[in-house]
Design a protein around this ligand. Structure first.
Ligand code: SIN
Ligand code: FE
Length: 375
């Protein structure tokens, strides 16, 4: 090869590499990233087949997450124990392995030894952690992988691993975030056993109303979050009022009402604030009523934000249908009739209509109420 054509092929390689990396960094879902990494790796290495293995830290297993040229479910082994096979070895040492004579190697992680004659295994590592490995099998043009292929694969793997690291980190942070919200709701349940489970149920009802209103997934999730935290301010209400099993006196009720402002104040502490603005407003305004008879601001109609109007309906319904020590829960049909009686005056008419439709769909049986599992 002349120097010019060498240079040209190098530039072509590099621009392919850059294009590949740009695409990877735009993705955030781990499955998308895994498949993306593998596809780019195949394109650049011109491999016939490829596998991407990911270490699942919690289970201490190495799992095949993506493949090219061979379906994952046709692999003899889709999971490896830590340290098993070439993949395990490469992940342990952090060094790429190029096997040019597969006949001589008996390895449980070789996907299709009958087909592959050369296998290049490179580690995926970022920030000092090994996250997985990629295996490339045979070249499309029949030639063998060489040390230049290995070098290129190692570079691409290093950059890809960073995208994977970010995605895993994002997943973990998201899980942590959701569980922190649940934890807050549980902290309230622990203070207030009379209404245990109330926050979770209200959140479920509100979420379903949002779905029926065709709010997008992100909005529905924010609605769920706002609803599960709507009464969080009750954490700041003293036990003698919070846990009182008989009706409250007027002055006690005035104190109870402050749970709205306390809730808004507690949630204002979370940063970044803009992610919680709707939750803050919902904690503050879920007792506002359409005719202005609610509290704490006596807002009317659409002055009350949508989420607060939705949670207002879900909250009233759950309060009516669950047993309190001082009152037995109403039947679902009676509670529905009460919502209908008060629609337009206390509750948003459209929201009540949607909720009644949902109740009809589950034949007024709360055990048939859809779950939020697919959130
Ligand atoms: C509640 O927030 O559920 C109790 C206060 C009220 O009934 O207004
Ligand atoms: Fe409340």
């Amino acid at each position: 090869m002349t120097t010019i054509t060498k240079l040209e092929s190098k530039v072509k390689e590099l621009s392919k590499l850059l294009g590949a990396l740009k695409e990877l960094n735009a993705a955030i879902d781990l499955q998308d990233i895994s498949q993306g990494i593998l596809d780019q790796m195949v394109m650049i290495s011109e491999a016939k087949g490829a596998l991407l293995w990911v270490l699942e830290k919690e289970k201490n297993l190495i799992v095949a997450k993506a493949s090219y040229g061979i379906p994952i479910d046709s692999l003899p082994k889709q999971t490896l124990s830590d340290g098993e096979g070439i993949v395990g070895k490469v992940m342990m040492t952090g060094k790429a392995e190029l096997i040019t004579d597969t006949e001589s190697v008996i390895d449980s992680s070789v996907a299709y030894p009958s087909l592959a004659t050369t296998i290049l295994t490179v580690p995926l590592q970022a920030k000092g952690q090994v996250l997985g490995a990629i295996q490339l099998m045979d070249k499309e043009n029949g030639s063998h992988f060489d040390t230049r292929d290995r070098e290129l694969a190692v570079i691409l793997a290093e950059q890809s691993a960073l995208a994977m690291y970010n995605s895993q980190m994002y997943d973990e942070l998201y899980k942590m975030f959701v569980s922190m919200i649940r934890m807050l709701a549980e902290a309230l349940d622990a203070r207030d056993p009379l209404t245990k489970g109330h926050s979770e149920r209200v959140a479920r009802y509100a979420w379903l109303i949002g779905k029926r209103m065709k709010l997008d997934d992100q909005m529905c999730f924010e609605l769920y979050q706002a609803a599960i935290l709507h009464d969080i301010g009750k954490i700041g209400i003293e036990d003698r009022i919070l846990r009182k099993s008989t009706g409250l006196t007027e002055s006690e009720y005035e104190l109870m009402k402050t749970h709205t402002e306390i809730g808004a104040r507690i949630l204002s502490a979370i940063q970044p604030n803009r992610f919680f603005q709707k939750s803050i407003d919902t904690a503050m305004l879920h007792h506002e009523r359409m005719d202005g008879s609610g509290y704490p601001k006596q807002l009317k109609g659409e002055e009350i934000p949508l989420f607060a109007r939705i949670v207002g309906v879900a909250d009233a319904f759950d309060a009516m249908t669950t047993d309190r020590t001082y009152s037995e829960g109403m039947s679902v049909r009676d509670a529905a009739a009460e919502l209908i009686r008060c629609k337009g005056s206390l509750f948003d008419t459209d929201i009540v209509d949607i909720f009644i439709e949902i109740l009809e769909n589950c034949s007024y049986d709360l055990r048939l109420f859809p779950n939020t599992d697919d959130m």
